[in-house]
Design a protein around this ligand. Structure first.
Ligand code: C2E
Ligand code: CA
Ligand code: CA
Ligand code: CA
Length: 279
C-alpha cells in the first residue's frame, strides 16, 4: 500500500510538472502573440429588448496560435494576468475595439456601443486612464459609445481608490458596466456609492429562469433593483426564446446570448449589422 501511495504521489508530481510546463510554454508563446498578430477580437451583439435592434457589441478576445489553434480566453487570460502581459494586451484590445467601432460608423451603419472587458491587474495599473484616453482620441469614437466592463471583486479591492478611478472614467464620458453581477460578494451599498451605469446579470442565473423559481426570482428582482437605482440591465447567456420572453416581461433593457447570436468575427459582425434585422 505504501508503494502504491508513493507511486500515486510520483504520478501526481509528474502531472503537476507537466501542467506547469504547459503553462510556462503557453506564457512564452503568449509573449509573442501581440507582435505576431495572433490576437483578434470577436463581437457579440447586445440587443435592445424594446426595439429589437442591436445597440452594442461586447469585444471578446481570441488567440489564434499557428500550432495550438484557437486558444480560449479562459486558458490564456489568467496567464496574461499572472505575467503582467495583460497590460499591453489590454491596451491592444481597447485600441482595436474602439477603431473597429469607429469603422462601423464610418461605413454608414447605425452607431452602436462597444464593450471592453478590463481585467483586475489592468484596472489597478496606473496607465489605464491614459490608455483609455488614447484609444478614444486615436479612434475618434464618441466616449459615450465605449463601455468598460469591470467585476465586483475589482471594486472591492480598494473601494476609495476605485471610486476615484471610476469618477475619472465617468468624467471622460464613458459607460461603466458591472460584469457577472451576482457571482461576487460585493455589498449592495456599492451600487449606490460607485458610479456604475449598467448591471450585467450573470449567465449562471439567467440559465435557470425557465425551470428554477429561485433563479427567476433573483433575476426579476435584480432587474427591478437596477431600475430603481437608474441602472441599465443586460442579461447575459440568453440561449432560448423562452428565456428571452421572460426577460422581456421583466423589462430587462438588453440581452446578450447564443439565442440572438454567438460572438462573430469582425466581418460576420458587419454583415449582421448591415442586415439591420430586428429581433
Ligand atoms: P465574460 O466577460 O463573462 O464574457 C461572456 C462569455 O460568455 C464569453 O465567453 C461568451 O462567448 C460567452 N457567451 C455568450 N453568450 C453565451 C450563451 O448564450 N451561452 C453560453 N454558455 N456562453 C455565452 P468567452 O469569449 O470564452 O470569454 C470568456 C471570458 O474571458 C470572458 O467572460 C471574460 O472574462 C474573458 N475575456 C474575454 N475577452 C477578454 C478581453 O478582451 N479582456 C479581458 N481582460 N478578458 C476577456
Ligand atoms: Ca464581459
Ligand atoms: Ca459576464
Ligand atoms: Ca432551486
Amino acid at each position: 500500500a505504501k508503494e502504491g501511495g508513493r507511486n500515486r504521489c510520483k504520478f501526481y508530481q509528474e502531472e503537476m510538472n507537466a501542467r506547469l510546463g504547459q503553462r510556462l510554454s503557453l506564457a512564452a508563446k503568449l509573449r509573442h502573440a501581440l507582435e505576431r498578430d495572433e490576437l483578434l477580437l470577436h463581437y457579440q451583439p447586445q440587443v435592445d429588448l424594446r426595439s429589437g435592434a442591436i445597440v452594442g457589441a461586447e469585444a471578446l478576445i481570441r488567440w489564434r496560435h499557428p500550432e495550438l489553434g484557437l486558444v480560449p480566453p479562459s486558458q490564456f487570460i489568467p496567464i496574461a494576468e499572472e505575467t503582467g502581459l495583460i497590460v499591453p494586451i489590454g491596451e491592444w484590445v481597447l485600441h482595436a475595439a474602439c477603431v473597429q467601432a469607429q469603422s462601423w460608423a464610418a461605413m454608414g451603419l447605425p452607431r452602436i456601443r462597444v464593450a471592453v472587458n478590463i481585467s483586475a491587474r489592468q484596472f489597478r495599473h496606473k496607465g489605464l486612464l491614459e490608455s483609455i484616453q488614447q484609444a478614444l482620441r486615436l479612434s475618434g469614437i464618441p466616449p459615450g459609445y465605449l463601455e468598460v466592463e469591470i467585476t465586483e471583486s475589482m471594486i472591492m479591492y480598494g473601494p476609495e481608490e476605485t471610486i476615484r478611478l471610476l469618477r475619472n472614467l465617468k468624467d471622460l464620458g464613458l459607460q461603466i458596466a458591472l460584469d457577472d453581477f451576482g457571482t461576487g460578494f460585493s455589498s449592495l451599498s456599492y451600487l449606490k456609492r460607485f458610479p456604475i451605469d449598467v448591471l450585467k446579470i450573470d449567465q449562471s442565473f439567467v440559465r435557470g429562469i425557465v425551470s428554477d423559481r429561485e433563479d427567476a426570482a433573483i433575476v426579476k428582482t435584480v432587474i427591478g433593483l437596477a431600475h430603481s437605482l437608474e441602472l441599465r440591465t443586460i442579461a447575459e447567456g440568453v440561449e432560448t426564446a423562452e428565456q428571452a420572453g421572460l426577460l422581456r416581461g421583466w423589462a430587462s433593457d438588453e440581452v446578450q446570448g447564443y439565442h440572438f447570436s454567438r460572438p462573430l468575427d469582425a466581418d460576420a459582425f458587419i454583415g449582421r449589422l448591415r442586415e439591420g434585422r430586428r429581433f
